[in-house]
Design a protein. Sequence first.
Length: 325
Amino acid sequence: MMNSLRYSFLTLVLIGLTLMLSSWDDEERRAIVGPLPPVPDYADSTQWFIVDRGGEADLFYVISTETGDHMQDGDTCHLADTYDETLRKKMLKEMVAVDSFYSGKRLNYFSPYYRQVSIQSWMTPELAFVRLDVSIEDIKSSWQYYIQHLNHGRPFILAGYSQGGRGMFDVLAEMPDSIRERMVAAYVIGYRVSQEDLDSNLHIRLAQGATDTGVLIGFNSVKSPECTQAFSEGTVACINPVNWRTDSVSTPFVLYGRRGNDTLSVHCDTESHQLIVEGYTKHRIMPLIGIPGNYHNMELKFYYPYVRKNMADRVAAFLAKKKEE
């Protein structure tokens, strides 16, 4: 009941926000967005992190929020400059980590730099959502370049984390059938997929098991439903990335760490559609936007061996189906 009230309140806030934003003119929007960094040119190889393994399938991954506000021509810029070496190093760190987490030895890896919204922006979500339009346009542009020049007709996995997950959903929503038939699966990690999103995009199906293909995999991790962040509240996408079930059956998993491993457990809460992680005691709250008991910043580290195997399993299932056709 409490979660339903919280979601209803959030829905009203978002409706009010939408009406407010629609009344703004272009000048007001430009003032909120602030100065714009250069548009990334995705024909420029420096705007990508690519690992070509000669594999049968690709992983196209969009990173989460790794950069903060910075100065541009004496003004505060809230969007990452993809040509700025200091900011690029921060983005590259996640790109490299995710490749090592997920790609294994067989997936080719493609991750674009993009003008992501700063971490400070998310302290006031209504500002972040306005600025997010710029980020999503870059993600869409990088995707179009990838499909036209880099994919060469191979099957692919989409994945995005946090604001990257939001952009990845928009790519999936607009994907034509001729391209979607090559999609193994889409992983939207750490961001809300609402019922309204699904109702507006009937071609998007939620995963129900470990090897279904052409589906969306989504999850958000918390200690309890009360610890949910605004950007994941109201989600209907929840599959357990350890046992690949959508019910409340719990399963143990190993959190691998540099100073030793830890055994935790996880299950889906079928009301809030959040992943409930039990037994974790070493959590550090995210700077600026974190709340106690929310494990948004641990999504990749918690489950990476299980997701890596799952990606390989889904690719194998996809290729097997193609051979049967």
